[in-house]
Every structure is written in structure tokens, then in C-alpha cells.
Design a protein around this ligand. Structure first.
Ligand SMILES: Nc1nc2c(c(=O)[nH]1)N[C@H]1C(S)=C(S)[C@@H](COP(=O)(O)O)O[C@H]1N2
Ligand SMILES: [Mo]
Length: 324
């Protein structure tokens, strides 16, 4: 998803995390992806890893709730922990999806604070420990990357609305602007001049208040690992994955529509709304279908990533074709 992505990033490919992993997934009529070019260097699978086997298809292997099969409301099984934590977009660490996990593994996320301000009546600095005390729940969401691959992830988090209610948005507030940590010493990708750091994303205030929008601090019931945006990240599942900004340190209520890092990098390709929409092609590829990580073949992409019932009303009267 940079200006000139490697074809390996946008083309169905085979990704084998390990033979064991492959056999498990294959047994579920699932396969894997990422192709020849990635295959050879498939870091996570190169040697047997001691990573927890909490994936859907490992149910029964260890028993108990932690390994029970998880699925989304459409019946799609959650991807395995190994896939979710070893195939990542996090350009602050690497533009190579399989390099993000190793490159970020020593990223220290404690202490951590999130400053919430702008057009609010009660601005505040929230320590990560305080945010962890918000009433958390599991949300099993599909994550659909603009690059046309997807996963199902069992997030652990709380509605963004709960935090916004605490700071009391002022009536002039129309948008929410999020910012990732800026620290090139700890996030080496930020030394790249290709992008305007820090990573910024935004939602319209009514989108942010929608129940689907959560702040996640974990997945599979464990604290987030750095590669997934530790210690806290946004998840807006009806939008392309790039909207779900990681490792947040600032949230501002603002009057003007924020300019995201991707809008600044390539406005022709990445818009503000970025709702998942199979009818609007990316300028360089179709959004009609997607490859679900862990499966062979492709799936049809659903409008709003399958969440239209909850969010379509937010866009009544808008020309969605013009809001890529
Ligand atoms: N700060 C930051 N947030 C980010 C990104 C990033 O590069 N930096 N990548 C985005 C993209 S393109 C996707 S698809 C998702 C991937 O989330 P995951 O690695 O947890 O699956 O994170 C999003 N959030
Ligand atoms: Mo993405």
C-alpha cells in the first residue's frame, strides 16, 4: 500500500507459516497464501516457533476456553494467532509484512499514555492502565485490507464511544483525529521520507460513536503484541484496514476533516472514508474480491465488509463512489 507496492503485496500468494500450521489449516479446508516470492523467506515458519496455538483450528488440542473455536457472526472462523501476529502492515517497523513481528518485538509499550483533547469539555491524559480498566469485551471482526486480503480477528477491546463520552465532545467537534507515536528511534520506519509521520487517521464523529468502532488492547484474550498496535489501537471493521490506526498516543476532537497519512501520500488512491466497497476499484486493482488469509481461492468482498446493517445509514445521501 505504498506508492509502488510490490506485486507480492497485492497478489494472491502462498504463505506457509510452518508445515504443522499448514496441515492444521488444510484440514479445515483452508489453505494459506503469499506466494513463491514470500515462500522462500517465510520467516515465522522457517523454524518451529513456540508461539501459542490459540487459533480456531487448534480447538481441542489444548482444551479449555482459550482454545475454543472462535468465529464471527457470519460463521467465518477466526484466523490463527500465528497468522494474525506474523502477517502485518505496520510501516513504522517495516513495509515487509513478515518482518514487522521480528522488527517490533522489542518495542516497549510501558509506560504509555493517550492524550485526549481538542474540542472537548474535559480533556485528559489516560494512562494505558486506566484504559485497560474500561469494560472490555471480545469482538470477532473481519479485517479487510485495501490490498485485497482479509483476516478474522478476535479483538479484546471497548467501544471508542465510551472514551469519547468521558471527555465530552464540544458541539463544534465534527471529526476525531488519531495519531500514532512518533519516535523514529524506536520506530525505525519513521526515518523513511516516503511518508509524513506520524501516522494519522480520522473518523467522522458519528462514525466514531458507532458501536462497531472499538479501541482494542488485546486479541485472543492476550495483550496486543507490538506488531498489532500495542498497547492500544483503533478497529473500524467496515473500513479498509489502514483506517485502524495502531499504537495511538493522541486523540483530538476537531472541526475539520483530518488528513490521514495515506491521503497525504496518495490522495488519488486513499480517501478519508475508505469504506470497504466492492463496487469501487482501487486505481491499481479490483476490490471485487479478496483472499482470506489461510484459505485457498478468493471470496467476494462484501459492501461495508459485511457490516452494512450497522453503518450504511451513516452514509445516506453520500456518493460512495466518490469516497474511496
Ligand atoms: N500506525 C499504523 N497503523 C496501521 C498501519 C501502519 O502502517 N501504521 N497499517 C494499517 C493497515 S494497512 C492495516 S491492513 C492494519 C493491519 O493490522 P494488523 O497488522 O493488526 O492485522 O493496520 C493498519 N494500522
Ligand atoms: Mo491495509
Amino acid at each position: 500500500m505504498n506508492n509502488a507496492p510490490k506485486s507480492s503485496e497485492i497478489t494472491p500468494k502462498e504463505l506457509f507459516y510452518s508445515r504443522r500450521q499448514f496441515l492444521k489449516t488444510a484440514g479445515l479446508a483452508a489453505g494459506a497464501l503469499a506466494g513463491a516470492s514470500i515462500l522462500a523467506g517465510c520467516a515465522p515458519g522457517a523454524s518451529p516457533t513456540p508461539a501459542p496455538t490459540l487459533g480456531a483450528s487448534s480447538a481441542g488440542a489444548a482444551g479449555a476456553d482459550a482454545t475454543a473455536a472462535k468465529m464471527d457472526e457470519l460463521g467465518d472462523p477466526a484466523n490463527e494467532f500465528e497468522a494474525i501476529t506474523n502477517y502485518n502492515n505496520f510501516y513504522e517497523f517495516s513495509t515487509d509484512k513478515q518482518a514487522v513481528a521480528p522488527q517490533s518485538k522489542n518495542f516497549v509499550t510501558s509506560p504509555w499514555q493517550v492524550e485526549v483533547g481538542g474540542l472537548v469539555n474535559r480533556p485528559g491524559i489516560f494512562d494505558i492502565d486506566a484504559l485497560r480498566k474500561f469494560d472490555h469485551e471480545e469482538r470477532v471482526y473481519r479485517l479487510r485490507c485495501v490490498e485485497a486480503w482479509s483476516m478474522v480477528i478476535p479483538w479484546w477491546g471497548f467501544p471508542l464511544r465510551k472514551l469519547l463520552e468521558q471527555v465530552e465532545p464540544a458541539s463544534a467537534a465534527k471529526y476525531v483525529r488519531f495519531e500514532t507515536l512518533y519516535d523514529p528511534g524506536r520506530m525505525p520506519g519513521q526515518n523513511s521520507a516516503w511518508y509524513q509521520w506520524p501516522y494519522v487517521e480520522g473518523l467522522r464523529l458519528d462514525e466514531a460513536m458507532n458501536d462497531l468502532a472499538i479501541l482494542a488492547t488485546g486479541l485472543y484474550g492476550e495483550d496486543l503484541l507490538p506488531q498489532n498496535g500495542a498497547p492500544i489501537r483503533l478497529v473500524a471493521p467496515w473500513k479498509y484496514g489502514f483506517k485502524s490506526i495502531k499504537s495511538i498516543v493522541r486523540i483530538d476532537l476537531v472541526e475539520e476533516q483530518p488528513t490521514s497519512l495515506w491521503m497525504a501520500a496518495s490522495p488519488r488512491e486513499y480517501g478519508f472514508y475508505a469504506n470497504v466497497n466492492p463496487d469501487v476499484d482501487h486505481p491499481r486493482w479490483s476490490q471485487r474480491s479478496e483472499r482470506r488469509i489461510g484459505e485457498l481461492g478468493r471470496r467476494e468482498t462484501l459492501p461495508f465488509n459485511g457490516y452494512g446493517e450497522q453503518v450504511a445509514h451513516l452514509y445516506a445521501g453520500m456518493n460512495l463512489r466518490a469516497n474511496y
